[in-house]
Design a protein around this ligand. Structure first.
Ligand SMILES: [Cu+2]
Length: 279
């Protein structure tokens, strides 16, 4: 009698789990994303550092979580109320235990801090100046301007720019497998330059020369966003990112210049930014 009830319970749970997977439409891509703890498929050379940190933080949290849940479960059952006696034996001022309570959190924070600093150094590491394509990014309420500084590039030979507006979402075109340096500057308030698939985000602060290098590793179209609440139309501050072959990238910048978008637009004073026009 009892075993039949158990069997029915197991069958019911299995059906519920199967329906959950089926009804939520878990595709292969979704399942793979679960494997990355929700992260997108990485599309830059800096993504693995952040990805590993993310994985490690989840694993550490799960280990601590399972340990704590285990202790809670143990206490719940071991000391559940049987009569009016107070259980378990009450202790206080237990010095070794207090020291343990103090040291363990410090140890956990220390380990997380160590790996965070290591990952941060890796994602912010700079490539050699002569190897990078330079893109000056200007964040302005509420869109983005992208300046391709390719005047010294023999394959292109000119600077060119794209100015986004709130009506027209700009597209940032990048060459695959080539390092790109982003110089970030703001025309007004603090924005944040974020391409989720690159696992990279950096604040765009007025008067601060924030800069980072990244190599896109996957061709395709991605979405970029402003990740800092910057005002009324913050949500409209999106852009497209197209990662293409080097030839297509060169052609794109030449086309921009040919269409009249030569030079640099609204570029604040980065060293060697060239002529400056206020957008
Ligand atoms: Cu913004």
């Amino acid at each position: 009698m009892r075993s039949r009830r158990t069997a029915r319970r197991i069958a019911l749970s299995a059906t519920a789990l199967a329906s959950l997977v089926a009804l939520t439409g878990c595709s292969q891509a979704t399942l793979e994303q679960w494997g990355r703890w929700g992260m997108l498929e990485p599309a830059s050379d800096r993504a693995p550092f952040i990805g590993n940190l993310w994985d490690g933080a989840w694993i550490a949290s799960m280990v601590i979580g399972v340990f704590v849940w285990g202790l809670i479960g143990y206490v719940l059952f071991r000391f559940r109320r049987r009569d009016d006696r107070e259980m378990p034996r009450q202790i206080r001022y237990n010095l070794p235990l207090e020291i343990l309570y103090t040291l363990v959190p410090f140890l956990i924070i220390g380990v997380l801090f160590f790996f965070t600093v290591q990952s941060q150094n890796a994602v912010l590491a700079k490539e050699a100046d002569e190897d990078v394509h330079v893109v000056d990014v200007v964040g302005q309420k509420w869109s983005w301007t992208f300046n391709y500084r390719e005047a010294d590039n023999p394959d292109i030979g000119t600077d060119a720019h794209t100015v986004g507006t709130i009506e027209e979402i700009p597209t940032l075109v990048l060459p695959v497998d080539e390092p790109v340096r982003f110089n970030l500057e703001s025309a007004d308030v603090i924005h944040s330059f974020w391409i989720p698939d690159f696992y990279f985000k950096l604040d765009v602060v007025p008067g601060l020369d924030n800069s980072f290098d990244v190599t896109p590793t996957k061709e395709g179209t991605f979405l970029g966003k402003c990740a800092e609440l910057c005002g009324t139309y913050h949500a409209a501050m999106v852009f497209h990112v197209e990662v293409v072959s080097v030839d297509e990238y060169n052609a794109h910048v030449r086309e921009l210049a040919a269409a009249g978008n030569t030079g640099l637009e609204g570029v604040p004073a980065f060293p060697g930014s060239g002529p400056r026009t206020e957008g």
